[in-house]
Structure formats: structure tokens, C-alpha cells
Design a protein around this ligand. Structure first.
Ligand SMILES: Cc1cc2nc3c(=O)[nH]c(=O)nc-3n(C[C@H](O)[C@H](O)[C@H](O)COP(=O)(O)OP(=O)(O)OC[C@H]3O[C@@H](n4cnc5c(N)ncnc54)[C@H](O)[C@@H]3O)c2cc1C
Length: 419
């Protein structure tokens, strides 16, 4: 794994310039690694990934960018889940954050990405605006930059870099080249999203998630507008119109919940459409390469965990590269896959109705003295889903598994499942 001459990885080319790439690049450059980001600039008018969770604040502080993010972000004290006839379930981070920050931000994503990219530049990372192309070194597990991509970097690396990281998000350049195994999740949904001038919001700054006639939707309050996304089984999306805009606008009118919360609202942007967003790669590194961020795997957006998982994987990969040994990369692979799989499990409890059936039963049974006594403890651990820490907290996960299995008190979870 280590570079033969020096025993250290001294130069790294990162493919892609999203949040995971910039975070990794900043951390490596601060360790005096020679780093370049090979980035194909985006053309999209807006991007998903606008709602952050408290656990990410620690990474923003480590990068030294929290003040900048605060200036354009909307302060986010919690999240509210609306489950129709079963009511609203508000979660305030302060109630279960422990030593973690008790807030997060909702961010205009393009600005957020620019903040992280500038952080990398300031740390000494060189940015090349180019489509990154790689090749397999025949007969090996190694990869190299194509001649064209290497030429785009001039003499920055004096030959090939020691190490190549794929951070191209769903572009997944290396997994496609190397035909790497991956496991897809069960949901086949479509997400349609745009910015509206306003929507109904019950608590300032809280992300609102609503169970719809089919699927669910997010409302993310930004400083001067609201991001509204609809996540819906693909067959329903296809039936709603022939263009993304038509589908989105029709769903706002047709759905019984959206019709109410968007009454009088105006759409300010084009509509973006995403499909297929549950996937975990089974191999995250090779002899001179690794995958990070969404390229390593991505999960459903319902708990706003995507950027947390991506940025956490970037910090963990920085540690592995600094170490350079195979054991460090094996640990990286194990930790990231575990994190992704855990979030898949959490997300499934939302879709199959168990999570909110359990919360509801807990609320109903609070008159019981034993339930009342254990409630704060249970609440603290279950609340970690919303702060983002649950995916890394073994005890909280064990408690969640137990509750999802045994706390439904005979209630049928299918009634609250996402249809
Ligand atoms: C519908 C939806 C809603 C979401 N909402 C949230 C949310 O509210 N909160 C949250 O935390 N997460 C959310 N996510 C997840 C979040 O957006 C991703 O986890 C995050 O963007 C991953 O960052 P990344 O850096 O790994 O990849 P990306 O952000 O995808 O960045 C990859 C970059 O690589 C570039 N690229 C691709 N191919 C090449 C190439 N060949 N050469 C050069 N450059 C290339 C791309 O242009 C892009 O800039 C959501 C995801 C979806 C699908």
C-alpha cells in the first residue's frame, strides 16, 4: 500500500470536487500531502444536500468554516415529522445532544460547497477544472490518471500521483472502471425538488418532513425561501406528468398534505430530479486507490445523514492515508460500510412504520410509571437518530433494534409505513 520509495503517501489526486473531496483535500494538505482536486464544475441550478445535522458541526469547526456557514445558513434547532392522522413528532436537538452541539444549519448547497472548496484552496490544494479520467494498470489492482487527465495537471505531480481517490459522487468513476461489487437498497424512489418562496412551517428553522398520500416530503427552511422535496415511488412520479416541472407542480396540487402546506406558494427555481439513492460499495480501497463520500455509498435522505456520512468518511480516509498501511485502509473500509449499513437500517424503520409506531406507543404509555421512569434514557438514545450520532453509537443502535422489535404493543406498523 505504501509508496515504495518513501514509505509514505506523499501525493494524492482526488477525482470530483464535492464536499467529501474538499474535506479530504483540506485535511491532507494540512499534513503536507501534495493534493489536487480534479473537478468537473457543476451546471445544476441547485443541488440537494441542504439540511445538516449537529454531528457535522464538529467537522465544520475542525475545518474552521463554521462562522462562514453560519452567515448564510439558517439556524436549525431540530426536526419535525408529520405523520398525518397520528400527528406531529417534533425533535429538538437540545433534548438529546449530550456533549454534541445542540443545533445545525440549513444551507444553500452551492454556497456550502464553495465554502469547503475555498477551505481546500486555502490549505494549499490545487484545483484543476477537468473531467477526471482513469485507467487500470494492466494485470494489477492499480489505477492511473489517463494521459489526458495527467496533461491537464501540468507538472503538478511530476508523473503519476502516489494515490487516487474517487469522490465523484454518483459518477462512481472507479467502481465502474473496476467493476466493483455494490449492494443496492430496496427502495426505488424518485426525488423531485425545487425552491419555493414560502410554505407552511410550524417551527422556525426546523426541517419538516411529512408523510404523503404516496411517499414523503421535506421542507427545509433557508434564509429567504424553502426547499421542498418530494420522495415518491417512481411509478407515481412517472404518472404525474411528462416533465420534472409538470410532475412536481401536479404533485403539489394533488397530494392532500402538500396542497395545504404549499397553498399560495410560488416555485422560484427549475425542478431537479434524482433516482436510485440507496447503495453500499463492498470494496472501498485497492493498491493505490480508495473511494470516499457518495462514491463509497449513499442512503436515503430522510434523516439528512448524507453529508455527515460523506464528510465523516473523508476524515477517516485522511487518517488511513496518513498512516498508509493496509490495516488502516481495512479499518477505513470496515467503519464506512458499517456506518452506511447502520443508516440503511435506521431508514428502513422509518419506511416500514416501526419507528413512529414505537414513538407513538411510547407517548401513549407515559402514564405507566416504569415507562415514565425510563423515558428520558430511551428518548436520549432514540434522539441520536436526529443529531446524526446514532449510526456510530452501538448502544443506541442496540436499544433501537430492541424497541423496533418489542415496543409496538400489538400496534400494526404498516399503518404508519410510507406507501
Ligand atoms: C434527493 C436527495 C436529497 C438529499 N438531501 C440531503 C440533505 O438534506 N442533507 C444531507 O446531508 N445530504 C443530503 N443528500 C445527500 C448528499 O447530497 C450527498 O451525500 C453529498 O452530496 C455527497 O457528497 P460527495 O462529495 O460525496 O458527492 P457529490 O456532492 O455528488 O460531489 C461529486 C462531485 O464530483 C464531480 N464529478 C463527477 N464525475 C466527475 C468526473 N469524472 N471528473 C471530475 N469531477 C466529477 C461532480 O460534478 C460533483 O461536483 C441528499 C441526496 C439526495 C439524492
Amino acid at each position: 500500500m505504501k509508496n515504495n520509495q518513501t514509505g509514505k503517501i506523499r501525493s494524492v489526486a482526488i477525482l470530483g470536487g464535492g464536499p467529501a473531496a474538499s474535506t479530504l483535500a483540506s485535511l491532507l494538505a494540512r499534513e503536507n500531502v501534495r493534493v489536487a482536486i480534479l473537478h468537473r464544475p457543476r451546471a445544476a441550478a441547485l443541488l440537494v444536500g441542504e439540511s445538516l445535522v449537529p454531528a457535522i458541526i464538529l467537522i465544520l469547526r475542525r475545518l474552521g468554516v463554521e462562522d462562514e456557514v453560519r452567515a448564510y445558513g439558517k439556524y436549525k434547532p431540530g426536526a419535525i415529522f408529520n405523520m398525518n392522522e397520528w400527528g406531529d413528532f417534533p425533535f429538538t436537538f437540545r433534548d438529546f445532544c449530550g456533549k454534541m452541539p445542540d443545533y445545525a444549519y440549513n444551507v444553500p448547497r452551492i454556497k456550502f460547497e464553495a465554502t469547503l472548496m475555498n477551505c481546500a484552496k486555502n490549505a494549499g490544494v490545487k484545483i484543476f477544472e477537468t473531467e477526471a479520467k482513469v485507467e487500470r494498470v494492466a494485470g494489477t489492482d492499480k489505477v492511473s490518471l489517463s494521459a489526458e487527465t495527467l496533461a491537464a495537471c501540468g507538472d503538478y505531480f511530476s508523473g503519476q500521483p502516489d494515490f487516487i481517490v474517487d469522490a465523484t459522487g454518483r459518477g462512481r468513476v472507479l467502481p465502474k472502471l473496476l467493476n466493483l461489487p455494490a449492494r443496492e437498497g430496496g427502495r426505488k424512489d424518485t426525488a423531485l425538488f425545487a425552491h419555493l418562496d414560502k410554505t407552511e412551517l410550524y417551527k422556525s428553522g426546523y426541517v419538516h418532513s411529512s408523510r404523503l398520500d404516496h411517499g414523503w416530503s421535506w421542507r427545509i427552511p433557508l434564509q429567504d425561501r424553502v426547499s421542498l422535496g418530494i420522495v415518491i415511488p417512481s411509478e407515481y412520479a412517472a404518472n404525474a406528468g411528462s416533465t420534472s416541472e409538470e410532475r412536481y407542480d401536479n404533485l403539489l396540487k394533488r397530494d392532500s398534505v402538500l396542497r395545504v402546506v404549499t397553498a399560495g406558494a410560488t416555485r422560484l427555481t427549475p425542478v431537479m430530479e434524482y433516482t436510485n439513492y440507496q447503495l453500499v460499495s463492498e470494496k472501498l480501497f485497492g493498491e493505490n486507490w480508495a473511494l470516499v463520500g457518495d462514491t463509497a455509498g449513499f442512503i436515503d435522505p430522510v434523516f439528512s445523514s448524507g453529508l455527515l456520512i460523506g464528510l465523516t468518511s473523508a476524515t477517516e480516509l485522511a487518517d488511513a492515508i496518513r498512516d498508509g498501511g493496509t490495516a488502516a485502509f481495512q479499518k477505513y473500509e470496515r467503519d464506512v460500510i458499517h456506518h452506511l449499513k447502520t443508516w440503511h437500517e435506521i431508514v428502513n424503520y422509518y419506511y416500514n412504520g416501526r419507528m413512529f409506531t414505537s414513538f407513538r406507543v411510547g407517548e401513549m404509555m407515559r402514564k405507566n410509571i416504569f415507562i415514565r421512569a425510563s423515558y428520558p434514557h430511551i428518548n436520549k438514545h432514540m434522539g441520536r437518530i436526529f443529531t446524526g450520532v446514532a449510526g456510530k453509537a452501538a448502544y443506541s443502535m442496540a436499544m433501537m433494534r430492541f424497541l423496533m422489535k418489542y415496543s409496538l404493543n400489538g400496534e400494526d406498523p404498516n399503518k404508519m409505513a410510507i406507501r
